[in-house]
Ligand binder design. Structure first.
Ligand code: PLP
Length: 371
């Protein structure tokens, strides 16, 4: 098996695997109960929260455990939450993940003004247009990806925040694809909100984070038993929380560099197969594990299915919409035609990717061309 869909989800990281085989079976009590076994788990949640907030360089009071980034994004971009922050307009982009795009649709239907910043055909945000939108719409709420899940392109979030602050705009970043791939220091980046997901870096599924710099105004997004300082109620999912901490502990930036070298090796070899092959966003700043390839006039869905039959797993768009045969909204948003977008495939590498697997992928793409 050769897995090239790490941007969709990752296998469990080594510490998470070890935990599942060892302490996991003992960690079933409700951390909010009032006896020793439960106190032990609530103490461990406190330690895990501290570890995670140290890693992100933020106060542990400002992170909230959620079921994943979709929940974090929906909570931040809910109309009730935005009203708490006196927001009436949102500045975002057509290249966002569906979790954001669906929230924007809902906000627009509820009377918020939703404005999209322009981008070029590499996916780079037009910062001049962005500043113009902020200037004309002060006090807006900005929501932009840190790194795009399909192309890997990195938005200049620090610069975006600096511009936004000049016009009293708040900034949220969907940092799902940045976690574990880029150094993330929330104090330096200075965003007001951020969303993270655990399973992209090897935790259990169903765990994510919502970061809010000024959490006192954050609208309670799940009401009930008062967990997470009353903002996000529901029995603590201790094992998932702990797995997130362990997956973060397993982040290895020297490995990230090696993954980049493998990706570059793949791209160089891929481009040699045919003159009609291209790499989307090639010259833009990208996370090191992602390659969005264009295959001339080959239908990428047919190729993906062929590769699947050889136990090579890739993706034609974001995994959340894989069942959906519509061309990728990200590539469309980068001004490509339906035909072009239907000939693109996402290859995303991770900690366990080897050069042998890449060679097999290249060989099977070549074989497919011959058929
Ligand atoms: N944002 C981005 C950029 C993603 O890649 C994903 C996952 O596909 C999400 C949000 C949703 O994350 P989760 O699966 O934790 O809800």
């Amino acid at each position: 098996m050769a897995y090239f869909d790490y941007n969709s989800t990752s296998p469990y990281s080594p510490r998470v695997l070890r935990y599942l085989g060892e302490d996991f079976q003992n960690d079933w009590m409700n951390p909010s109960s009032e006896y020793d076994g439960a106190f032990l788990l609530s103490g461990k949640i406190k330690e895990d929260r501290k570890y995670i907030s140290n890693f992100l360089n933020c106060s542990s009071k400002n992170i909230f455990f959620t079921s994943g980034a979709t929940e974090s994004i929906n909570s931040i971009l809910s109309s009730d939450n935005l009203k708490n922050y006196n927001v009436k307009s949102i500045i975002s982009s057509k290249l966002e993940h569906h979790a954001t795009l669906e929230c924007l649709k809902d906000l627009s239907a509820k009377g918020f003004s939703v404005l999209n910043v322009q981008n070029d055909n590499f996916g780079n945000i037009d910062l001049v247009h962005f500043e113009e939108l902020c200037r004309l719409n002060p006090n807006s709420f900005v929501s932009l990806l840190f790194a795009n899940n399909e192309t890997g392109i990195i938005n200049p979030i620090k610069k975006i925040v600096q511009i936004a602050k000049k016009y009293d705009c708040l900034v949220h970043t969907d940092a799902v694809q940045a976690l574990g791939k880029l150094e993330l220091d929330l104090e330096i980046i200075d965003v007001d909100f951020a969303s993270f997901s655990g399973h992209k870096i090897g935790s259990l599924k169903g765990i994510g984070l919502l970061y809010a710099k000024n959490s006192s105004s954050l609208k309670s997004f799940i009401m009930g038993g008062g967990q997470e300082r009353g903002k996000r109620a529901g029995t603590y999912n201790y094992s998932a929380i702990h797995s997130l901490k362990l997956a973060i502990e397993d982040i290895d930036f020297s490995r990230v560099k090696k993954i980049g070298e493998l990706r570059d090796y793949f791209e160089k070899s891929f481009l040699k197969i045919s003159d009609s092959f291209k790499i989307n966003s090639f010259d833009a700043p990208r996370i090191s594990n992602t390659s969005n390839i264009h295959l001339g006039n080959i239908n990428s869905r047919a190729l993906m299915l062929y590769l699947n039959s050889k136990e090579i797993f890739t993706s034609t768009g974001s995994a959340c919409s894989s069942g959906n045969v519509k061309p990728s909204h990200v590539l469309k948003g980068m001004h490509f035609s339906d035909d072009y977008a239907n000939s693109c495939l996402r290859i995303s590498l991770g900690a366990d990717t080897t050069q042998d697997q890449i060679d097999i992928l290249l060989e099977e793409i070549t074989n497919y061309l011959k058929d």
